[in-house]
Design a protein around this ligand. Structure first.
Ligand code: SAM
Length: 271
């Protein structure tokens, strides 16, 4: 019997196809298994969800359902919109560029998100994509690109990153999307930082204590590949809401530091 075809990124829907289930890295399990034969696609939608509501699909979803998954009217989908939980729905219309669904039954209520923000210096394109994908899986509520003196780039393609975040939320069974902010200079971000939210600044080669789970609203700040400048570190130390933190004795790539930090801040029983 022929195995699955090569992995391929669908340009319209930003979805991977032909990817074997259960593999690591960029392989994405896009649908939830319901029986040996049929899987149910999980899709983010913009409309409000309620019993009997007619829901319009987003751009790219009609193509994905019809041509990638070979689904048609009457087939089930799972929908979420970041506000109304997760719903079982049926495809009612499926045209070339238009999908419509009928919401039937709520499967999960909306639950509060982890109140954890990731502030990161934008990296080269693939690394930034990876940070956004994995931070979404790890439940970051907001993603804030920040411009630092040694930053790799000031350019961020927010539309592309939003599409990556949608796909990661669909795949990871998350009920929300992270709020994606435009890049801003570090000084402005610190000046506008909300009261009551601690900011853990990841600082390598410092005497800072090991990062531990957060007990309330928190942010994690990770610097660029070149690290923070001494002046930036001094400025961080002066802010009462900033706590410098270590991620261990090794120097991590910035993307590794983002993901390790998000995991540590949420680790149960390690506080
Ligand atoms: N160029 C720097 C150097 O060689 O010392 C390393 C910068 S590191 C690649 C990028 C960012 O990841 C740092 O600014 C810091 O925020 C974070 N980071 C990496 N390793 C870390 C560690 N062991 N503890 C805390 N933060 C770390």
């Amino acid at each position: 019997m022929a195995g699955p075809g090569p992995a391929r990124l669908d340009r319209d829907s930003h979805r991977w196809t032909g990817v074997p289930l259960g593999c690591a890295g960029w392989t994405v399990r896009r649908t939830r298994a319901t029986s040996g034969r049929m899987t149910i696609p999980r899709l983010f939608v913009d409309d409000r969800l309620a019993g009997g509501a007619e829901i319009a699909g987003r751009p790219g979803q009609a193509h994905y359902l019809a041509h990638v998954l070979r689904r048609g009217p009457g087939d089930p989908v799972h929908l979420f919109n970041g506000a109304d939980g997760e719903w079982l729905a049926r495809i009612v219309t499926l045209r070339r560029d238009q999908a419509g669904f009928l919401a039937e039954q709520q499967l999960r209520p909306q639950l509060p998100d982890t109140d954890l923000w990731l502030v990161f210096a934008p990296l080269k394109r693939d690394a930034t994509d990876l940070v956004v994908q994995k931070a979404t899986e790890l439940g970051a509520a907001a993603l804030l690109p920040v411009l630092t003196e040694r930053g790799n780039t000031a350019r961020v393609n927010l539309a592309r990153l939003a599409a990556i975040a949608v796909e990661a939320a669909e795949q990871s069974e998350r009920l929300t999307l992270p709020v994606l902010h435009p890049p801003q200079p570090l000084a402005g971000l610190l000046a506008d930082w909300p009261s009551g939210r601690i900011l853990f600044a990841a600082a390598e080669r410092s005497a800072a204590p090991q990062l531990r789970p957060a007990r309330g609203p928190a942010g994690l700040l990770v610097g660029p590949e070149g690290g923070f400048t001494p002046a930036e570190l001094d400025g961080l130390r002066k802010r009462p809401f900033v706590t410098l933190a270590s991620l261990g004795p090794r120097i991590l790539r910035a993307e590794t530091a983002c993901l390790a930090g998000l995991a540590l801040l949420q680790a149960p029983g390690c506080g």
